[in-house]
Design a protein. Structure first.
Length: 178
Protein backbone atom coordinates (compact mmCIF):
# COMPACT_ATOMS: atom_id res chain seq x y z
CA UNK A 1 0.00 0.00 0.00
CA UNK A 2 2.82 2.41 0.67
CA UNK A 3 4.13 2.00 -2.89
CA UNK A 4 0.86 2.96 -4.53
CA UNK A 5 0.99 6.74 -3.81
CA UNK A 6 4.63 6.87 -4.94
CA UNK A 7 3.81 5.11 -8.21
CA UNK A 8 0.81 7.40 -8.76
CA UNK A 9 2.95 10.49 -8.19
CA UNK A 10 5.60 9.22 -10.59
CA UNK A 11 2.96 8.44 -13.21
CA UNK A 12 1.35 11.83 -12.77
CA UNK A 13 4.73 13.57 -13.01
CA UNK A 14 5.61 11.66 -16.17
CA UNK A 15 2.28 12.51 -17.78
CA UNK A 16 2.69 16.19 -16.89
CA UNK A 17 6.18 16.35 -18.40
CA UNK A 18 4.97 14.56 -21.55
CA UNK A 19 2.06 16.98 -21.88
CA UNK A 20 4.33 20.01 -21.50
CA UNK A 21 6.84 18.69 -24.04
CA UNK A 22 4.16 17.90 -26.62
CA UNK A 23 2.24 21.12 -26.01
CA UNK A 24 5.28 23.33 -26.66
CA UNK A 25 6.30 21.93 -30.02
CA UNK A 26 5.76 24.15 -33.01
CA UNK A 27 5.49 23.41 -36.69
CA UNK A 28 7.96 25.41 -38.81
CA UNK A 29 6.15 27.07 -41.75
CA UNK A 30 7.68 27.91 -45.09
CA UNK A 31 9.75 31.11 -45.00
CA UNK A 32 7.95 34.29 -46.04
CA UNK A 33 8.19 35.23 -49.69
CA UNK A 34 8.00 38.98 -49.22
CA UNK A 35 9.15 41.33 -46.51
CA UNK A 36 6.13 43.15 -45.07
CA UNK A 37 6.18 46.90 -44.63
CA UNK A 38 6.92 48.03 -41.14
CA UNK A 39 4.55 50.97 -41.09
CA UNK A 40 1.57 50.56 -38.84
CA UNK A 41 -1.66 51.73 -40.53
CA UNK A 42 -2.79 55.09 -39.18
CA UNK A 43 -6.35 53.77 -38.66
CA UNK A 44 -5.18 51.33 -35.96
CA UNK A 45 -3.07 53.79 -34.01
CA UNK A 46 -4.39 57.34 -34.12
CA UNK A 47 -2.01 60.13 -33.33
CA UNK A 48 -2.24 61.37 -29.77
CA UNK A 49 -4.03 64.66 -29.26
CA UNK A 50 -3.92 66.99 -26.33
CA UNK A 51 -2.13 66.19 -23.11
CA UNK A 52 1.38 67.10 -22.09
CA UNK A 53 3.69 68.21 -24.84
CA UNK A 54 1.00 68.98 -27.37
CA UNK A 55 0.78 72.38 -28.93
CA UNK A 56 3.44 74.60 -30.46
CA UNK A 57 6.81 72.90 -30.35
CA UNK A 58 5.54 69.95 -28.27
CA UNK A 59 6.85 66.52 -29.22
CA UNK A 60 3.54 64.74 -28.62
CA UNK A 61 1.71 66.37 -31.53
CA UNK A 62 4.61 66.35 -33.97
CA UNK A 63 5.05 64.24 -37.07
CA UNK A 64 8.14 62.73 -35.46
CA UNK A 65 6.05 61.57 -32.50
CA UNK A 66 3.46 60.04 -34.81
CA UNK A 67 6.21 58.26 -36.74
CA UNK A 68 7.73 57.03 -33.47
CA UNK A 69 4.42 55.44 -32.47
CA UNK A 70 3.11 54.32 -35.85
CA UNK A 71 6.19 52.53 -37.18
CA UNK A 72 6.70 49.05 -35.77
CA UNK A 73 9.76 46.87 -36.08
CA UNK A 74 9.14 43.36 -37.36
CA UNK A 75 10.70 40.01 -36.51
CA UNK A 76 11.21 36.74 -38.32
CA UNK A 77 9.21 33.66 -37.32
CA UNK A 78 10.06 32.37 -33.85
CA UNK A 79 12.91 34.92 -33.51
CA UNK A 80 13.64 37.91 -31.35
CA UNK A 81 16.94 39.04 -32.85
CA UNK A 82 16.80 42.42 -34.58
CA UNK A 83 16.79 42.47 -38.36
CA UNK A 84 18.78 45.08 -40.33
CA UNK A 85 15.64 47.05 -41.20
CA UNK A 86 14.61 47.04 -37.53
CA UNK A 87 17.98 48.48 -36.48
CA UNK A 88 17.59 51.36 -38.93
CA UNK A 89 14.14 52.16 -37.60
CA UNK A 90 15.36 51.85 -34.01
CA UNK A 91 18.16 54.33 -34.79
CA UNK A 92 15.48 56.87 -35.81
CA UNK A 93 13.54 56.13 -32.62
CA UNK A 94 16.71 56.66 -30.56
CA UNK A 95 17.27 60.03 -32.28
CA UNK A 96 13.68 61.03 -31.47
CA UNK A 97 14.09 60.02 -27.82
CA UNK A 98 17.41 61.90 -27.57
CA UNK A 99 15.87 65.05 -29.08
CA UNK A 100 12.93 64.78 -26.65
CA UNK A 101 14.79 63.79 -23.52
CA UNK A 102 11.77 63.91 -21.22
CA UNK A 103 9.62 61.48 -23.19
CA UNK A 104 8.96 58.01 -21.81
CA UNK A 105 7.94 55.12 -24.03
CA UNK A 106 6.57 51.62 -23.68
CA UNK A 107 7.69 48.88 -26.05
CA UNK A 108 5.03 46.25 -26.72
CA UNK A 109 6.10 42.78 -27.86
CA UNK A 110 3.69 40.95 -30.17
CA UNK A 111 3.58 37.53 -31.87
CA UNK A 112 1.52 35.73 -34.45
CA UNK A 113 -1.06 33.24 -33.21
CA UNK A 114 0.98 30.09 -33.77
CA UNK A 115 2.31 28.43 -30.62
CA UNK A 116 0.93 28.36 -27.11
CA UNK A 117 -0.17 31.46 -25.23
CA UNK A 118 2.63 31.03 -22.68
CA UNK A 119 5.27 30.59 -25.38
CA UNK A 120 4.07 33.67 -27.29
CA UNK A 121 3.98 35.82 -24.14
CA UNK A 122 7.60 34.87 -23.44
CA UNK A 123 8.63 35.48 -27.07
CA UNK A 124 6.86 38.86 -27.09
CA UNK A 125 8.75 39.80 -23.92
CA UNK A 126 12.08 38.83 -25.51
CA UNK A 127 11.22 40.94 -28.59
CA UNK A 128 10.35 44.00 -26.51
CA UNK A 129 13.49 43.56 -24.41
CA UNK A 130 15.68 43.22 -27.53
CA UNK A 131 14.40 46.60 -28.77
CA UNK A 132 14.86 48.16 -25.31
CA UNK A 133 18.41 46.80 -25.04
CA UNK A 134 19.32 48.20 -28.48
CA UNK A 135 17.91 51.63 -27.64
CA UNK A 136 19.60 51.66 -24.21
CA UNK A 137 22.95 50.72 -25.73
CA UNK A 138 22.48 53.52 -28.27
CA UNK A 139 22.11 56.12 -25.51
CA UNK A 140 18.50 56.19 -24.30
CA UNK A 141 18.28 55.98 -20.51
CA UNK A 142 16.67 52.59 -19.76
CA UNK A 143 14.51 54.17 -17.05
CA UNK A 144 12.63 56.01 -19.85
CA UNK A 145 11.69 52.71 -21.52
CA UNK A 146 9.29 50.08 -20.25
CA UNK A 147 8.29 46.80 -21.87
CA UNK A 148 5.18 44.65 -21.97
CA UNK A 149 4.29 41.52 -23.88
CA UNK A 150 0.89 40.95 -25.42
CA UNK A 151 1.93 37.70 -27.09
CA UNK A 152 -0.73 36.85 -29.66
CA UNK A 153 -3.54 38.72 -27.89
CA UNK A 154 -3.50 41.96 -29.95
CA UNK A 155 -2.99 41.06 -33.60
CA UNK A 156 -2.50 43.89 -36.06
CA UNK A 157 -3.83 41.66 -38.85
CA UNK A 158 -6.34 38.91 -37.95
CA UNK A 159 -5.72 36.99 -41.19
CA UNK A 160 -4.43 33.42 -41.36
CA UNK A 161 -1.71 33.84 -43.99
CA UNK A 162 2.06 34.26 -43.86
CA UNK A 163 1.67 37.96 -44.75
CA UNK A 164 -0.74 38.45 -41.82
CA UNK A 165 1.47 36.53 -39.42
CA UNK A 166 4.52 38.56 -40.52
CA UNK A 167 2.72 41.84 -39.69
CA UNK A 168 1.83 40.51 -36.24
CA UNK A 169 5.44 39.60 -35.33
CA UNK A 170 6.40 43.06 -34.13
CA UNK A 171 7.40 45.48 -31.44
CA UNK A 172 5.14 48.52 -31.17
CA UNK A 173 6.11 51.78 -29.45
CA UNK A 174 3.82 54.01 -27.40
CA UNK A 175 4.69 57.37 -25.87
CA UNK A 176 3.53 57.04 -22.27
CA UNK A 177 4.45 60.46 -20.89
CA UNK A 178 6.95 63.19 -20.43
Amino acid sequence: MVMRPVVSRLTLGSLLLTFLAVGCTKEEPAPPTADPGSTRPAATAPAPQGGPGSGAGGAMGSQASQDFQNQDINFDFDKYDLRTDARGLLDRKVAFMNQNNTIRAQIEGHCDDRGTNAYNLALGERRANAAKQYMSTAGVNPSRLSTISYGEERPLDPGRSEASWARNRRAHFVVTGQ
